[in-house]
Each structure stands twice: as structure tokens, then as C-alpha cells.
Write a protein that binds this ligand. Structure first.
Ligand SMILES: [Zn+2]
Length: 89
């Protein structure tokens, strides 16, 4: 009865991946962690001071946050325009 659950390893892998996505998204979004960075952790663009003050623990510039946001939506199959936009850039 319970054996069917783990029959396919890909299923649990997928579940794990979506949980990790969720955690990463929460971290990137609003959970303050440590100090704000002066430069984006992703593209190394300087992060404006106003943004650092508004979002304690911010690690990414606005562009990278938007890009990640779009990537998450695209992966969820809700909206694929985000990834298209970043390709055009
Ligand atoms: Zn960036």
C-alpha cells in the first residue's frame, strides 16, 4: 500500500526540488538574513542604498530579483513571459 509512494525516484526528487525552490524564493524575497550586500550577489551590480535600507539583508539587485521571479513563474508553468523577457535583454 505505502510502497507505491517511493516506487519512482523521480517523483520524490521533483517534490524535493519544488520545496527547495520555495525556500529559495522565500529567502530571496523577504526573509532578512545577515547584512545587506553593497553589490548584487548574482551580477555584482552595486545595490542602491535606498534598496538596502528598505530590504534588510538584501542580496540581489532589482534586475536579478525580477529575473528570478520570472524564472520561478516559468518553472511553475503559470507565466512564461518572464523568461522570454530576460532573453530579449
Ligand atoms: Zn544583480
Amino acid at each position: 500500500m505505502a510502497g507505491g509512494w517511493t516506487k519512482d525516484g523521480a517523483v520524490s526528487e521533483q517534490i524535493e526540488a519544488s520545496i527547495n525552490d520555495e525556500l529559495a524564493r522565500m529567502r530571496a524575497r523577504k526573509v532578512p538574513q545577515g547584512e545587506s550586500l553593497t553589490h548584487c550577489a548574482d551580477c555584482e551590480e552595486p545595490i542602491p542604498e535606498a534598496r538596502r535600507l528598505a530590504l534588510p539583508g538584501v542580496k540581489l539587485c532589482i534586475d536579478c530579483v525580477r529575473e528570478r521571479d520570472g524564472a520561478f513563474k516559468a518553472r511553475g508553468g503559470i507565466n512564461r513571459r518572464g523568461s522570454k523577457d530576460s532573453q530579449l535583454k
